[in-house]
Design a protein. Sequence first.
Length: 448
Amino acid sequence: MKTSISEAALANPDIALANDIIRTCVHCGICLSHCPTYQVRHDENDSPRGRIMLIRDMYEQGGTPDAKTVEHLDRCLTCLACEAICPSGVQYSKLIGHGLEHVEATYRRPLLRRVIRRTLTVLIPSSRLFRLGLLAGKLGRPFKWMFSGSLRAMLDMTPKKGLPPASSVDRPQVFPAQGTRRARVSILNGCVQTILDPKINEATIRLLQRHGVEVVVARGAGCCGAPAEHMGMEQHALPLVKANIDAWLREAEAPGGLDAIIVNTSGCGTSLKAYGHALRLDPAWKEKAARVSALAKDITEFMVGIGLQTPRTHRNLRVVYHSACSMQHGQRIVHQPLDLLRSAGFEVLEVPDGFMCCGSAGVYNLLQPKIAGELKQRKVANIRSVGADVAASGNIGCMTQLSDSIGIPFVHTVELLDWATGGPEPDTLRALKALAKDRDTARRRVNA
């Protein structure tokens, strides 16, 4: 693709990189078949190559981008399915990332939209504020008919049941390895996950300990910065990124060091692995950021490396595995979760058109609820079509997006691996068994 970005603009290293990336696109159109927004909108501007042209025009024209450009860039899920399939190797993730940052720095959105986006950057990284926000949302659910768009989506996403209590494992501490220590790792607890489903971190730590891994919850580590990053709000993401880097490098430089930083939320994993790129232009941080990115490992990626123990009991369950976009496209982790689940004794099924996004995409389902809803319906239908007993995924965002609609329990992959190697049965499966038993008892009484 030809570009004519001014020399003055190209003095900005981010725009210079964008220029190089844009020029690698050959307009072949292969990405269109894998782009979720193009599939539901059928608008070239809502396709990867259409957005590449919009970004090119935005840099060539300079100044404030127009509303049309902002609308179509905002509609991008950043699922990176296009990047994974591109035969020309277009680094779309870096291009759209800086494009959104440029929009955020130069374009003034309507007041309500600004307030919503800023609220999300404040609430999500703070466990305390996020919990309070969900409780407030629960109180507001009866009045959701009064709202539409993002406000309605926020109320819809608040849990119908009460929130689980905070877990003690999410406090800074060290969990010793069982038996001979094979590795020492730190774990990213995350922000949303510690509130919505703290049992995921508990299962992760048990699984690692059982396999001879010492687990450190580093003091000072917190939100990975991805929610703000998704919205192009770099100024809100970078302080979180730097706090994490300092926290983990303190542990890496302590006696015993670190063999990995374990992530069990794939969206966060994609973000951590990009820390080196995000801070590449900062002399004081670029080497430290690159060290952290090199240490980051998804839990399934790490477990394949050390090997899963022989399952203690065969679990006769049909598991449909939903691969989050951030897992399969962002980190290119495809076969590892499937291999682990199969080696744990489960019958594993894959989702038809599994490359297509479910519509969660960080905070996308809150900012673009209509498109997210259409993608959710497609994904739900595909999951239901395989006739599984339980669904599994490696991303809390996808689980939250889909769990209320698929009609079967939805658990994290690590919960099944923990259960198969000696951990407790996941609560959702145990509750389902109890419900089935109660129904069977009631049926027998009626028949008697």
